[in-house]
Ligand binder design. Structure first.
Ligand SMILES: [Zn+2]
Length: 316
């Protein structure tokens, strides 16, 4: 079968490897879609990363069950599933313990059912502590921000103020029902947020960019005793934070990440329920589709983010 492995920056190779066999309690899944994750981009751009041993990767996987190992009890051949995996989802087939698979309803397309990021966004939304009626500022409306924006509304936010710097993000935030969209390039985002909140700041500010500037903005945009939610994936060096401001404002600061697979699976189940019920709109968040053979090009676009880029998906 074909599977993609990364060897160094800009160096993802599609290789011919042996098709895996499902062990006891495992499923063999024929992959239909695997989302390209910005968390993988770090490796793809890192000039110091180089390996002779292939690293098979890809973890945002959906597909259908084509074989089941001994003792599998919850799934049958032909079931459509999304899975959580660390075994390399940029491949034609992948094995997975049945407990790490979640059944998909027939009407949910494979390319929508990207389990891990949806689960991550739903977990982040749950951790945000948004209460009915809250005003929420969301900084960063890409693929993940677009999911969180919808989650925030489902949690009961009465007002959502979206902040970004890219025209495609403004359009997306509006399409998904943001009440106000602020262009941070204009340099008066904090002033606008304060105007919109009667000078107090927002009840909840969610930082979903992984950038220093957004952390600083969040600190200023949140109200006294508000909640500052760090959802962005902060890579590439340390950040500085204004602890004095955090302390004075008495903020609840939440690092909205999970590491336990069971927590991921819980979030994925929540996301799939919402997808199935038509309460999450994924289609506007998916902008680019590639075949496996073009995966390097997909990474190149994920890095350069051309106009209109939100999320790349490899389909099979
Ligand atoms: Zn991911």
């Amino acid at each position: 079968m074909k599977a993609a492995a990364i060897f160094g920056p800009g160096d993802v190779r599609v290789m011919d490897i042996e098709k895996p066999e499902p062990g006891p309690g495992e499923l063999l899944v024929e992959v239909k879609a695997c989302g390209l994750c910005s968390s993988e981009l770090g490796m793809w751009v890192d000039p110091n990363f180089k390996t002779d041993d292939p690293i098979f990767f890809g973890h945002e996987v959906s597909g259908n069950v084509v074989a089941a190992g001994a003792g599998v009890s919850k799934f049958a051949v032909g079931d459509r599933v999304t899975i959580f995996t660390d075994r390399g989802g940029y491949a034609e087939f992948v094995t997975v313990p049945e407990d790490w698979a979640i059944k998909l309803a027939d009407h949910v397309p494979y390319d929508w059912a990207l389990g891990e990021p949806i689960g991550c966004a739903m977990n982040g939304t749950s951790r945000s502590g948004i209460e009915v009626g809250d005003t929420v500022v969301l900084i960063g409306i890409g693929f993940m921000g677009g999911l969180i924006q919808q989650g925030a509304r489902l949690k009961g936010a009465s007002r959502i103020i979206a902040v970004d710097t890219r025209p495609e993000s403004f359009e997306l935030a509006q399409k998904l029902g943001a009440d106000h969209v602020i262009d941070a390039r204009e340099g008066n985002a904090i002033q606008r947020i304060l105007e919109l909140t009667g000078g107090e700041g927002a009840d909840v500010v969610i930082e979903a960019t992984g950038k220093q500037g957004a952390l600083d903005m969040a600190t200023e945009a949140v109200r006294i005793r508000g909640r500052l939610v760090i959802f962005g994936y902060h890579q590439g060096g340390k950040r500085t934070i204004d602890v004095q401001a955090w302390n004075w404002k008495g903020l609840d600061v939440i690092n909205a990440h999970e590491r336990d697979p069971q927590a991921y699976l819980k979030g994925i189940r929540t996301g799939m329920k919402l997808l199935e019920a038509g309460q999450l709109d994924i289609a506007p968040l998916l902008s680019h589709y590639f075949e496996l053979k073009d995966i390097n090009h997909a990474f190149l676009l994920a890095k350069s983010k051309p106009d209109g880029f939100l999320k790349a998906v490899i389909t099979f």
